[in-house]
Design a protein around this ligand. Sequence first.
Ligand SMILES: *Cc1c(COP(=O)(O)O)cnc(C)c1O
Length: 224
Amino acid sequence: MSIKENLEQIFTTIPNHVKLVAVSKFKPNEAILEAYETGQRSFGENKVQELKQKFEDLPKDIEWHFIGHLQTNKVKYIAPFVSLIHSVDSYKLLQTIDKEGYKNNRIINCLLQFHIATEETKFGLSLDEAQEFLANEEFQKMKHISIVGVMGMATFTDDEKQIVREFKSLKFIFEELNSKFFASKPDFKEISMGMSDDYKLAIEQGSTIVRIGSNIFGSRQYTQ
Ligand SMILES: *Cc1c(COP(=O)(O)O)cnc(C)c1O
């Protein structure tokens, strides 16, 4: 099936209140343009250089999402244009994003990434770590970031019960933070969870943003 056909099929499975981020990492501009012509406007990348290059080459009404592990020294390359950083996994990174937001005279939207999988390789905060810095006065003073929700990745497994359990744990984290720290902030409303293999389960568990790559673009070849 073509990218267009894949996307049109996926559109029918995603309710209106859920946003689709098409994960275009490792895919060429032509593939992104085919999705663009089908009406898709939000794309996700996990490498800073690749994202920056694609931003420069492609239509300016694309909304770019950064979904990979982000090193503090690279924030400056995406700070001028990134629409949402899904993967804030340390307080230090949040401070750097705030600083770059200030330099660019904009507020950068972020999600806090939580470690919900059993695999150790996946990045992310624990609930305790996040609560500690959210309660900190220094955090309250940051004017150039807006935390609009949470993100997580389930374990790579066929065990649906486990995946559901992990998505429920992210939903729980969202509710905890929402009531303790964001009760007066209506912008805190996003739960980014669900990929090609598990996005339907994620939507059932309350996801508001799904990040889908291979179901749209075909499988990736990691040759880089
Ligand atoms: C690659 C990636 C995706 C998309 O994965 P698919 O299984 O191809 O849909 C989603 N989220 C993150 C963080 C990724 O790195």
